[in-house]
Design a protein around this ligand. Sequence first.
Ligand code: CNA
Length: 282
Amino acid sequence: GSSELAGVAALLKAGKARNVVVMVGAGISTSAGIPDFRSPKTGLYANLSRLKLPYAEAVFDIGYFRRRPEAFYTLADELYPGKFRPTVFHSFLALLERKGVLRRVFTQNIDTLEHLAGVPEDKIVWAHGSFAANHCIDCGTEMATATLKAIMDAGKIPHCARCKGLVKPDIVFFGENLPARFFELAPVDTRAADLVIVAGTSLQVHPFADLPNQVSCPRVLFNLERVGDFGRRKTDVTVLADCDTAVRELATLCGWTAELEAMWAKTAMEETKGEAEGEAEG
Ligand code: CNA
């Protein structure tokens, strides 16, 4: 609750939290209009019946992708970066960076909104990959994103120019390894962390879900439901609320409200700017 958040704000204001490590999932992007996976009525898994999947996770299963790539590409078309504005929560991450206290953001998301909000790439670990690059699943040949996007926009499935194998964006599917950068930075960052913020994740997918267990510093949870083992440690702060609302409250307690709102407002201006440029071109 509020008094516990005041404790977190005190750590930030006193300069005692200077290596904040943030661990996030789809719930930080739902207010941007991107559905998460597991929310009961609005989540993707509850709305995938039109893809006629044998089971919901199949859309991100590499074996299923080989047989029926259309399912993934239907979803990819909806989730493709470029259509969504960062949330207040994303701007809060950029604010932590501006304050010089952000050590790393470990994200399971593939929407790249952290980066769009202003968090530099070296502060982000895309634990489940991203749409930034694409490779053939058979021979590994890269396909330029512009090429892949053009094929997608034509409603077709991209195949490798070299071996005709299926091409897919470098999003980590079930049955695939996480990027090496995750395994390099996770041990170092969890050791160095002096404050951990976990937000918008059901903590169901491993090895990501183990990250919060590896730290010994205070942990804060901003989520609609209780997840993982939060609440087991005396130092845990659990805020069961919408994560935008929660960080607004935290920002207020830190005296950062005007700065946070200004940074978030800027993400809207950039969006409008992009639209205006698009109109001028088109
Ligand atoms: P999930 O399993 O769908 O869990 C989401 C969690 O967020 C749930 O516990 C919700 O209660 C909670 N939540 C939803 N809305 C809010 C909110 N406004 N404020 C606070 N909490 C909220 O998603 P996870 O990320 O845990 O699952 C891992 C998958 C989901 C990753 O591999 C992602 O790639 C994948 N995914 C990503 C996106 C994206 O990039 N935006 C969208 C959908 C799925």
